[in-house]
Design a protein around this ligand. Sequence first.
Ligand SMILES: *[C@@H]1O[C@H](CO)[C@@H](O)[C@H](O)[C@H]1NC(C)=O
Ligand SMILES: *[C@@H]1O[C@H](CO)[C@@H](O)[C@H](O)[C@H]1NC(C)=O
Ligand SMILES: *[C@@H]1O[C@H](CO)[C@@H](O)[C@H](O)[C@H]1NC(C)=O
Length: 481
Amino acid sequence: MHFSAQLTVLAAASLVAAGPSVVGPRQSQKVTVDLNKKYQVIDGFGFSAAFQRANLVVNLKEPKQTEVLDLLFNITTGAGFSIVRNGIGSSKNSNQDHMNTHLPNCPSSPDGTPAYVWDGKDSGQLWLSKQAVRYGVKTFYGNAWSAPGCMKTNNDDANGGTLCGVSGATCRSGSWLQPFANYLIKYIQYYAEAGVNVTHIGFLNEPDFTASYASMLSSGTQAADFIKVLRPALDKAGYTSVGINCCEATGWNVATQHMQQIKSAGVEDMVFAFTSHEYSSRVGSPMNTKRHVWQTEYSDLNGGWSTAWYSNGGAGDGFTWANTVFNAIVNSNLNGYVFWEGIQDRATNNNNNEKLILVDGQTYQVSKRLWAFAQFRNVRPNAIRVGASGGSNLKSAAFQNTDGSIAVVIINSGTSAQTVGVSLSGSTLASPTVSAFLTDTSNDAKAVAVATATDGTASASLPGRGMISFLFKGASNATVV
Ligand SMILES: *[C@@H]1O[C@H](CO)[C@@H](O)[C@H](O)[C@H]1NC(C)=O
Ligand SMILES: *[C@@H]1O[C@H](CO)[C@@H](O)[C@H](O)[C@H]1NC(C)=O
Ligand SMILES: *[C@@H]1O[C@H](CO)[C@@H](O)[C@H](O)[C@H]1NC(C)=O
C-alpha cells in the first residue's frame, strides 16, 4: 500500500543523483499531467446513423459487417464510440430516407388512446444499437427531430411548425404536450423491451431552422413548456434516470440562448445536457450552466469525400477534426462530442464528408476523421478531465477513468517530429504500464513504442501534425500523500 508514494520519493532522489539526463529517447518536449486539477466529467463520444443510414451496416455481408462495427465501437481496434444518437422517426412512411414514426395517426383528441405501431426496426437503428450494446456501449440518445405532424400547428412532421400547446402555439385540437411525452416514453419502452436502455431523450433538432424534412420550431421558452411536462412523465413511468437533452440548435450562439431561456423558465435542473450543433456558429466559450453540455451534430457538409489526415487544413481532414474535438473538450469543457453520420452511402449529398465511413454497397472506405475520434477511445464514460500542460506546439489533455487508468491525448501542432514525454503528478497508480498509439498520415491509431525513464516519464516519438494517446494503467491503486 501507498506504494507509489514511495516510488515518487525514490524517483525524486534518483533524479537528483542522475541529473537532467534520463534513460530513453531525448525528451525535447514534456507534458505534465496534474491529477489534482479536476475539470468536467466526460459522458462520451459518438455518432448517429439516423435517416436509415444504419441500414447500410444491416445490409453488409460478413466479414465486412463486423469490420465496420469494430471500426465504430471496438475500443482496441476502432473508434470505441460510447454514445449512439438515434433519430426518433416522425414520418408517416419510410420513403427516401424518412424515419417512420410509431404513431402514424393521432387519436382525434389529445386524451384519446394512441394506436402505436412499432416495426421492430426503427430504420435500422435498433439493430445497430443492439450491436453497440454487445460492444459495451451504455449511452443511447433518442432524439426526435419533430413530433408526429398530427401534434403540430402545421399538421406536418416536416417544414417547421410548432408543438401544439407550447406558449404561442394553440391548436383547435388542444394541447399535445402530454401525448408527445407519452409518445417518447413509448419509444423508450420499445427499446427497453429489445434490450437497449435509452439513457437520454431529446425532442427537437435544429429548432431554429425550418427544414423540408422532419423539423419542429421552438424557442428555449417553448422547449421549457414541454420539459415541464416531460420530466414528471418520465419519472412517473419509472425513467427517473433518463436525462432530457435540449435543444440541438444549429449553432452555439442559439444553443446558448436556449439555455438562458430554459434557465429563466426555472427548469435548468430538469435538463441533463444542453446540446448544440456547430453549423451556424462554432462551439465557443464554456456555457454558463451547472448542467452538462454536448455537441451533438457536426460535419463538413460541403467537402467532397476525403480520407486525408492533412490536406492544407481542409474541413474534412482528420487533423482538423482532431482539433475540433480537442477544442470542444478542453477549451469549452464539453461533456460529450457527437459527430453527424457514422456511415453514409456514395449517392447522398454528392458523396460529401458528413460521414466517417463511406459504405458503398458491399465495400467501405474509412476517413481519417474516424481515427481522430479513435485517439479519444481510452477516455471512457465518466472519466474526469484533469490538468495537462507543457511543451511548445503541443496541445495536451488528460483524463482519469473510473478504473483509475489515465488517458493522455496530445496533438503536435508543429510540422516537425518531436519526442514527447508524459509525467504524472498526483497519480494514485502503482507501477503503471504505459501504452501509446498514433494517428497521422500513415498511421491509424497504431500502437507505438514507449520508453519509460527512471523518473516514470513515458516517452514516444510524435511526427509533425501527428496525434498520440498514452494510456497509463496501474496494477493496483495506491495513495500519494
Ligand atoms: C475488438 O477487437 C478485438 C481484436 O480484433 C477482438 O478480440 C474483440 O473481440 C473485439 N471486441 C468486440 C466486443 O467484438
Ligand atoms: C437495462 O436496464 C435494466 C433495468 O435497469 C437492467 O436490468 C439491464 O441490465 C440494462 N441493460 C443493459 C444492456 O444495460
Ligand atoms: C482504482 O481506483 C479507482 C478509482 O478510485 C477504482 O474505481 C478502482 O476500482 C481501483 N482499482 C483497483 C485495482 O484497486
